[in-house]
Design a protein around this ligand. Structure first.
Ligand code: ME8
Length: 628
């Protein structure tokens, strides 16, 4: 059966970040793994372009939603092209075919008695495009998912009878225990559903940027809820409800990759919608964790959002892919740091793999003019057995979505090759005329690298191809070398440039700091929206469990009062240095939370010539004075 794998479709309210790259690379890895196993697999990605958040982002930039979404959607598509993501579908929720598919689904659910009109009263989080009850809020005010401010709202709405599907969903989880992975995430979902499902509001009326309801319902006050719209993007490109050639059969074997924050939408709402539409349910929902940056949540106000394009320009695509997949167990949160990336690349990619290829090429060239052939591998029996047993163990790690373990184990075959070079010292064997034994060793190492190239292909496709070019092997050998565990006894090697030259951590990290990141042009009215004031720090406090953040209490004078701002400056200032300093801060940023602590603005800072962060400070100015 043909497999179908999907990334979430990304909101276009901002440019792609490392979290988006992570999910997309995981899906690309999944597809490539299926491909080398001989299974056809199609990959869908795309952009989620409706909703209030996007409408607001466009307004902020003085653009129409369409102009703005076109611009950001192309940025995503260009980036995935540059990253050589093997996607087959790039869906945009502003496509006409998607629009008609969503309308058809609404009509179908309505006909099946699953949609009715009522009133919704609750608190709405624009950032998550989700309603919450007062009970679910943090401190009666903040979104339980993202920590941002919510707005009270009562509005007429159409509802989907989610409650009707409670029992069916629980049966589905029970009958298919491995659908939601990792398993602890499955348990969270089951608990949520067992807690009782309320019907789901699936239309909105306070804004216009969304798909209108189907004509039969004759109600233009409402537009579709962005999550109903977005989830259906997994099937509209397959021809659901529109005139695109019908490939709905692909949905018989669908795998979704999602971040932990959007699991509920995929594991509860989506299957319920599919049940209502009488369509097949997903076969697999893989849930990954979140990337933090140097231990802190990525956030524009802290200014620590990692742009994957910068990472690729600095270190190369394959290094980023390897780091993201190898560094953190799938399903857990992970920390991104330049140092960790450089260390990982240098030890695994340069020292172990790159060096092995170099050693093989060096010796084969010197002793045998790059032509290797051997009679037998008798004295390498133990090593051969170890390599076979490692390769036999690998599949389980991919099936259980543990790609970091897959790589960890796979790297052991390269270690075996490196160790056997040191152990048998071919240069010594050459001195005493054991030419055939040296040939056997080099052919054995060529076999390890050939098998390795095929097996790293899903994660490092370009490196795999380079290695195959060097070894003159290709994908048609997969069955022979991997499934049947055979060895080739002849190789004609081709020299290739060193695979992973060592990265110099300090140079790279300085380059990161130096990068000039010019922003898009804005006009004066956009700048005028930013309220920057002078304030005096009256207290600075450490944040428990964080070596990055400080809590600053800042006095902005009688009219504005005292505000609490969380700032990522702990590495550069100790709380005692900060008392009474006059700083400049943006005070009209939406309040947010860092590590559960409310932050009501952002202090301005810059970096000195040594890359040390410095607060922007002023002298002899009244607190509360406007900066601009
Ligand atoms: O949620 N680390 O879109 P999105 C890892 N449009 N992953 C992260 C992350 C981080 N720091 N930040 C975000 C949406 N993500 C919806 C999806 S699907 C029908 C609709 C992940 O652009 C996040 O977990 O906000 C999610 O899986 C994905 O990026 C898209 O987030």
């Amino acid at each position: 059966m043909v497999k179908y794998v999907t990334t979430p479709i990304y909101y276009v309210n901002d440019i792609p970040h490392i979290g988006h790259a992570y999910t997309t690379i995981l899906c690309d890895m999944f597809k490539r793994y299926q491909t080398i196993k001989g299974n056809e697999c199609l990959l869908l990605t795309g952009t989620d372009e409706h909703g209030q958040k996007i409408e607001n982002s466009a307004k902020l930039r003085d653009k129409t939603p369409k102009e703005y979404t076109d611009e950001v959607s192309f940025k995503f598509q260009n980036l995935w092209n540059k990253f050589d993501i093997a996607y087959d579908y790039f869906v945009r929720t502003t496509n006409e075919s998607h629009d008609s598919g969503v309308k058809r689904a609404f009509e179908e659910m309505y006909k099946n008695g699953d949609i009715y009109k009522g009133y919704y009263e609750g608190h709405y989080c624009i950032s998550c495009e989700t309603f919450f009850t007062k009970r679910q809020l943090v401190d009666d005010y903040f979104c339980p998912d993202c920590g941002k401010e919510t707005n009270p709202l009562k509005e007429e709405s159409y509802f989907f009878r989610l409650s009707k599907y409670e029992k069916k969903l629980l049966e589905w989880y029970n009958e298919n225990p491995n659908i939601i992975m990792p398993l602890h995430k499955r348990n969270e979902v089951i608990k949520f559903v067992e807690g009782g499902l309320s019907d789901l509001s699936i239309t909105r009326s306070g804004f216009k940027w969304g798909i209108s309801l189907p004509p039969f319902i004759d109600d233009n006050k409402h537009i579709m809820y962005v999550w109903l719209d977005a989830l259906l993007s997994y099937i509209t490109p397959l021809g659901y409800g529109n005139d695109i050639p019908n490939k709905m059969y692909l949905f018989n074997d669908a795998t979704h990759f999602v971040g932990k924050d959007i699991l509920r939408f995929h594991a509860v709402y989506w299957p319920a919608f599919l049940m209502s539409l009488k369509l097949p349910l997903p076969k697999q929902i893989y849930t990954h964790g979140w990337w933090t940056i140097d231990g802190v949540k990525m956030s524009k106000s802290i200014g620590n959002v990692v742009n994957p394009d910068d990472i690729v320009n600095m270190y190369g695509l394959e290094v980023m892919r390897y780091f993201l997949i190898r560094e953190v167990p799938f399903g857990q949160d992970g920390d991104f740091s330049h140092k960790a990336l450089v260390d990982r690349a240098n030890s695994d990619l340069s020292d172990t793999l790159g060096n092995l290829v170099n050693r093989l090429l060096g010796m084969s060239d010197k002793y045998f003019d790059l032509n290797l052939e051997c009679e037998n591998f008798d004295y390498l029996k133990n090593e051969i057995e170890q390599v076979s047993s490692i390769i036999r163990s690998l599949e389980i790690y991919m099936v259980n979505m543990m790609p970091h373990r897959y790589l960890e184990e796979l790297w052991k075959i390269f270690d075996i090759a490196n160790v056997s070079i040191t152990k048998y010292a071919p240069w010594e064997m050459m001195k005493i005329g054991k030419v055939d034994d040296v040939k056997s060793l080099l052919v054995f190492i060529s076999n390890i690298l050939s098998k390795g190239a095929l097996l790293i292909y899903p994660i490092l496709p370009h490196t795999a191809r380079e290695m195959m070019k060097c070894l003159k092997v290709d994908f048609s050998l997969y069955n022979k070398l991997i499934e049947n565990d055979e060895l080739l006894n002849k190789f004609t090697l081709t020299k290739i440039p060193p695979l992973f030259p060592k990265l110099e951590a300090q140079i790279i990290i300085n380059r990161v700091e130096e990068k000039i990141d010019l922003k898009d042009e804005i006009n004066i009215s956009q700048f005028d929206k930013i309220d920057i004031r002078v304030g005096r720090i009256i207290e600075a406090l450490d944040v428990k469990d964080s070596n990055k953040l400080l809590i600053l209490k800042i006095d902005f004078g009688v009219n504005i009062g005292i505000k609490q701002i969380v700032s990522g400056i702990a590495k550069y200032y100790s709380p005692n240095d900060l008392k009474n300093i006059l700083v400049c801060a943006i005070i009209n940023l939406k309040p947010t939370k860092f590590m559960g602590i409310l932050s009501e603005g952002m202090v301005l800072s810059t970096k000195d010539s040594k890359g040390m962060l410095r607060l922007v400070s002023v002298c002899d100015v009244e607190v509360g004075s406007k900066v601009g």
